[in-house]
Design a protein around this ligand. Structure first.
Ligand SMILES: [Zn+2]
Length: 356
């Protein structure tokens, strides 16, 4: 049986092979020249070791992180699907530039391969039609390389019977692609302020100076890890663990209630300005406790869905109180600096406690 690699289009793989080291680490600091040009035009600098390597293998495409571990792998012969989304930059500042996100996913993981995500720059007016707008933090690849890789991916996708995105111009002139500039993305360790970090997942980093792991994507990553841990639990353990979640949720909600009552008392005693900072911190504390409680409830629902309705009944009163607290936080007249943060928390709480 003739494989994909026997097709004449597979010749493009040979052209791409020498350019297999493609991923950049984010720059340590802002520089006058575009880091994109430095990295893609002149290759990685000595002080900018790559984030990882995209390797073109005979049988597929693999990404190794900077520790040399192969973290994702697409096999040409095993059917996979493609998901595209885009993040257009502000036209007044960045002209006609968008980030194009590409997620390749094996249709059957058992047949080999793991999802592989990457991102490139593309002219906004040449994007395929109807892409959802989403900012992803996948590793970048050079648009000129992406164009060549895309021609090969299209062959694979059509052979595997996967849908190809419609419209758009995927054959943009190299000169135009070479002129696109990325936003300068820097992750700063919240623990030690170092910018020497390694990306572990989308928007999650590990600090190379102090070892701290965090980032805006950390919550999602932890959630995903917890979900996997739940799936591995035996049923008895799952039910027991769900009970603990309800207990913990109740404890947190009651604790939030206590703080909330104190907060009400402060506010009605007047003397607003003086106590404002203290109150805003208390409000934050309440929000955190309620959010954590909701996370426990959500997890309990996953662990033991059958008991969910019954277990929720005794929590109704506390949840109603939490919703009232959120409304109160929203209506409070805090200074601008804290108001925006509280507003988001308040809205999140109202939304979360209204569901179900
Ligand atoms: Zn650090």
């Amino acid at each position: 049986m003739a494989g994909l690699l026997d097709l004449p289009e597979a010749a493009v793989l040979k052209q791409l092979a020498p350019k297999r080291r493609l991923y950049a680490r984010w720059p340590a600091r802002k520089r006058a020249t575009s880091w994109w040009k430095r990295l893609m035009g002149q290759g990685p600098q000595k002080d900018d070791p790559p984030l990882g390597e995209l390797r073109l293998l005979e049988d597929g495409l693999a990404f190794r992180n900077s520790n040399g571990e192969q973290v994702s792998h697409i096999v040409w012969e095993a059917p996979f699907t493609v998901q595209l989304s885009a993040w257009p930059y502000d036209p007044s500042q960045q002209g006609n530039t968008a980030e194009l996100n590409l997620l390749l996913r094996p249709r059957d993981m058992a047949a080999g391969g793991t999802p592989l995500a990457l991102r490139t720059l593309w002219p906004t007016d040449s994007l395929p039609v109807g892409l959802s707008h989403k900012q992803e933090f996948f590793p970048f690849v050079d648009p000129v390389f992406f164009k060549a890789l895309w021609s090969w991916l299209s062959v694979c996708l059509s052979v595997h019977g996967s849908a190809l995105p419609r419209g758009g111009d995927m054959n943009v002139d190299d000169a135009i692609l070479g002129d696109l500039h990325s936003h300068n993305e820097v992750f700063t360790c919240v623990s030690c302020q170092s910018q020497d970090v390694t990306l572990l997942a989308a928007r999650v980093y590990r600090c190379n100076q102090c070892g701290y792991e965090g980032g805006p994507g950390m919550a999602d990553l932890l959630k995903q890890r917890r979900r996997m841990a739940i799936e591995r639990m035996p049923p008895d353990e799952r039910r027991e663990s769900a009970l603990n979640d309800y207990r913990e949720a109740r404890r947190l909600l009651l604790s939030a209630q206590g703080t909330m009552k104190a907060l009400y008392a402060y506010t009605y005693r007047g003397n607003r300005d003086e106590a404002e900072l203290e109150r805003s911190q208390e409000a934050m504390g309440i929000a955190r406790m309620v959010i954590e409680a909701l996370e426990h409830i959500e997890e309990a629902g996953i662990k033991d869905p059958e008991r969910f309705q019954d277990a929720m009944e005794p929590l109704e009163k506390e949840l109603t109180f939490a919703r009232g607290g959120a409304t109160f936080i929203l209506a409070s007249n805090y200074s601008d600096s804290v108001a925006s943060g509280l507003k988001i928390i308040g809205e999140t709480l109202i939304k979360a406690t209204s569901e179900g």
